[in-house]
Design a binder for this molecule. Structure first.
Ligand SMILES: Cc1cc2nc3c(=O)[nH]c(=O)nc-3n(C[C@H](O)[C@H](O)[C@H](O)COP(=O)(O)OP(=O)(O)OC[C@H]3O[C@@H](n4cnc5c(N)ncnc54)[C@H](O)[C@@H]3O)c2cc1C
Length: 501
């Protein structure tokens, strides 16, 4: 058995390092220019154009400003569009559609969403025992329910809009390779607890080392779970198109290459009235100012640039991840269509569907390797214009070591890139009103919301978190009480108790 090029059992050290204070003077910067090119940006026909709305006049007034054009920001626009499509009363009062703007510092969807591993896999049980012990059964079940809801919804939307093929949606499942007896026991315990709690385990199968070797070519036991992959940038483009065309009651504009550098309050005495809600925030961008009533921070890893109280381990820790696209060493019919996860989720991979007959072998997207940078784990690294050579070396060696007969050791990747994730100490995203308990006067935070910090696992959560935060904004506009959906974990809410640092 080849030696794996990554240290095993690194997760506990990862969590210790995540809890350490940031290096002195750390302030999360804006996203850097000249980011590395992710595979997802290689199709020139993807829409909208990467630099949509980067030139010409800036929309200077909106009801709702969404900062960030990743899956969170664009999903929020999608949910707002659907909520307002039926709202004839509000539109009659405004005498115009509800107006939203998405503001993006770089190209459309060029943050984590446009640079990720392409997995859309709801987690069934990987942390179930801890969640049940710490938060109780109902909350543990909701952490599974939100992921199922997200994946089901994204699959439904891509299917109903006829875009499943455009976004390369696949359902090949996920092989969780278990590299040690310790990892096998832990995954099994979580599986048993989750199953006992009534989780639907359809499609889950446990495989011995011999089974895995015969079927997949890796000499380790594993558990197979259902799972999906897609082209994340294109899926977000579809959501944007659907939001923009949902109804004449809602108008969404997109300005890329328009970073928000500051948010300042507009005093209510100066605020111009816009029907039922006054403008209360001024957003500064290099292209001019924008007045708005509501702000949604959908900036994930970068959230503390505009909200500095979220700097450090009790906030959102920016964390650089690395991915590469490399050809398998065998043709598609000799490689399983399943994606995979290994080493406590730190490595992940999946073979892209082969669409071009000229391709002799599938292109495999493989990411991870941060644990070779211990004790740093790439925390507080925000420069995605470079790759880390040590991580790259581990990633190049990982698949040939795990699947010795399926990958070639000396095969160079066709592309290699980085992106910045947002980690939180609880593992939960922060969703809801912006809350800064250190500030006495929070009036200037009124109307500001966020949904950030998905811990490298945003594809099966962000769409639903955006649904929640959009629902809060809609309820506030309608002066209705907001009620959480039954699939939403309450521990994600910004005003739920968090551990103190
Ligand atoms: C390398 C890597 C691999 C990953 N693999 C997976 C995976 O396989 N499966 C999975 O589920 N998750 C994965 N993730 C995590 C997942 O991609 C994220 O959780 C998710 O995309 C977060 O979406 P978002 O919209 O919240 O953030 P982002 O996609 O990061 O979007 C935030 C946007 O805000 C913009 N922005 C920031 N600050 C400002 C500002 N001041 N003004 C204007 N714009 C601003 C950024 O440029 C960015 O485009 C991975 C992430 C990375 C980096």
């Amino acid at each position: 058995m080849a030696t794996l090029p990554v240290p095993l059992h690194a997760w506990s050290e990862h969590q210790v390092a995540l809890g350490l204070p940031p290096p002195p003077g750390t302030r999360t910067p804006l996203p850097v220019a000249n980011s590395t090119k992710a595979f997802w940006f290689t199709d020139p026909n993807a829409y909208p154009a990467p630099d949509e709305g980067s030139e010409g006049p800036l929309t200077s007034d909106a009801d709702i400003c969404i900062i960030g054009s990743g899956v969170t920001g664009v999903s929020a626009a999608y949910h707002l569009a659907h909520a307002f499509s039926q709202d004839e009363n509000l539109v009659a009062e405004l005498k115009r559609p509800v107006k939203a703007i998405i503001l993006e510092a770089r190209d459309f969807c060029s943050g984590a969403t446009g640079r990720n591993g392409g997995h859309l896999t709801p987690d069934k049980w990987s942390d179930f025992v801890r969640l049940e012990n710490e938060r109780g059964l109902d909350e543990a079940l909701r952490t599974l329910a939100i992921e199922r809801h997200t994946a089901d919804e994204l699959i439904r939307i891509m299917g109903q809009s006829g875009k499943a093929d455009y976004v390369d949606l696949t359902h090949g499942g996920r092989l969780i390779l278990l590299f040690s007896d310790e990892e096998l026991a832990k995954v099994k315990a979580n599986y048993e607890a989750s199953k006992a709690a009534g989780t639907n385990m359809t499609g889950v199968s446990w495989l011995s080392k011999d089974d895995v070797w015969k079927q997949y070519g890796a000499p380790y036991p594993a558990v197979f779970i259902p799972g999906n992959n897609l082209w994340p940038l294109k899926a977000v483009g579809v959501l944007y198109q659907l939001a923009a065309s949902a109804s004449s009651n809602f108008f969404v504009d997109l300005h890329t290459h328009t970073a928000v550098t500051a948010i300042t309050p507009i005093s209510l005495s100066n605020a111009s009235s816009h029907g039922p809600f006054p403008r209360r925030h001024n957003l500064t961008t290099p292209r001019g100012q924008i007045g708005c009533s509501y702000v949604l921070h959908a900036t994930n890893a970068y959230v503390s640039h505009l909200l500095p109280h979220l700097t450090g381990p009790s906030g959102v820790v920016p964390t650089r991840g690395q991915v590469m696209a490399v050809r398998a060493g065998v043709p598609a019919d000799e490689l399983s269509a399943a994606g995979g996860i290994g080493n406590e989720g730190l490595e992940y991979w999946f073979p892209r569907p082969v669409k071009n007959p000229a391709e002799d072998a599938p292109l495999v997207i493989v990411g991870g390797g941060r644990e070779v940078t211990q004790p740093g784990f790439e925390f507080y690294e925000t420069d995605d214009s470079v790759v880390n050579p040590a991580v790259g070396k581990a990633l190049r060696a990982f698949l040939p070591a795990a699947f010795p007969e399926k990958y070639e050791e000396d095969r160079a990747p066709e592309l290699e890139w980085t992106g910045v994730m947002g980690y939180t100490r609880t593992g939960d995203p922060f969703v809801g009103r912006v809350v800064d308990s250190s500030r006495g006067d929070t009036a200037e935070l009124d109307g500001q919301y966020l949904s950030v910090g998905y811990n490298g696992h945003g594809m099966p959560r962000a769409f639903a978190c955006a649904e929640v935060v959009a629902g809060m904004i809609v309820s506030d506009i309608r002066k209705q009480k907001w009620e959480p959906p039954n699939w939403f974990p309450k521990s994600y809410l910004t005003d739920s108790p968090k551990p103190v640092s």
